[in-house]
Write a protein of this length. Structure first.
Length: 244
């Protein structure tokens, strides 16, 4: 059963993420907003991570599959999603857009550096949990220490931005769908972290369950946020940022 779950859970998460990314990309084509493009890229990374996990469950150890999984699924995904939220929040309320541009340059440079380190790292698959991908397979010093920096930035911006948006709409009593949708996005963004924590305590496929729940909640939150809803107070009030 665990073998089947290790294939179908991440594969389902990957399919949902790719569909989600396509919808966001289509929205970007009509609006040309930087945050939408970055979310589409981040969601594609999310899907690639899940796809690599499914390939590992199906075919076993493969160094390329592992490196792609670790780079896109473990290192970059949260930071690129968070950078999308950075553009949205700065553009609408928090400061000059040049701040987001500087952070974007740093993210691109950091991503290129991370890619070079991941693809040159020495690997030992015997150090992983049986049947599941884990960063413990990387034996080169300093590579795994990159991950917390990317993830901390991504989680702070993505979760913090969603909660901030939800609080703005709740306080002003407008766009109830955006309050609910942002809360769903925040919960979905945290789900993989909880799954990863359970995996470290030896709970089978916990990471894959967390990733699937995260993909579902974020997708649902996006659909709720972007559905049309009439304001419940006069439109002269500033609605604040929203991930749409």
């Amino acid at each position: 059963m665990q073998e089947l779950l290790s294939i179908y859970l991440p594969l389902t998460a990957a399919v949902i993420s790719f569909v989600f990314a396509a919808l966001v990309a289509r929205r970007w084509l009509s609006r040309r907003s930087a945050h939408l493009l970055l979310w589409a890229i981040g969601l594609t990374f999310y899907g690639l991570g899940g796809l690599m996990e499914a390939l590992f469950g199906l075919g076993g150890w493969n160094p390329l599959v592992f490196r792609l999984w670790y780079l896109f699924g473990a290192v970059l995904v949260a930071a690129w999603l968070g950078q999308g939220t950075t553009y949205l929040l700065i553009r609408r309320s928090l400061g000059p857009v040049r701040i987001a541009h500087v952070l974007m340059v740093m993210l691109v440079a950091g991503s290129m550096f991370a890619a070079s380190r991941v693809f040159s790292a020495q690997l030992d698959p015997t150090r992983m949990l049986a049947g599941e991908l884990s960063g413990h397979a990387i034996t080169t010093p300093g590579v795994r220490s990159l991950t917390p920096f990317f993830n901390l930035y991504g989680v702070v911006m993505l979760v913090g931005g969603a909660l901030y948006s939800a609080a703005v709409y709740w306080r002003k009593r407008i766009y109830r769908n955006r309050t609910v949708g942002n809360l769903l996005i925040a919960a979905g963004a945290m789900a993989p972290a909880f799954g990863g924590s359970l995996q470290r305590f030896g709970v089978p496929v916990a990471l894959y369950v967390g990733e699937l729940i995260g993909a579902v909640l974020m997708f649902r939150g996006f659909l709720v946020v972007t559905q049309p809803e009439r304001e419940t107070v006069p439109s002269r009030l500033d609605p604040g940022p929203a991930p749409a």
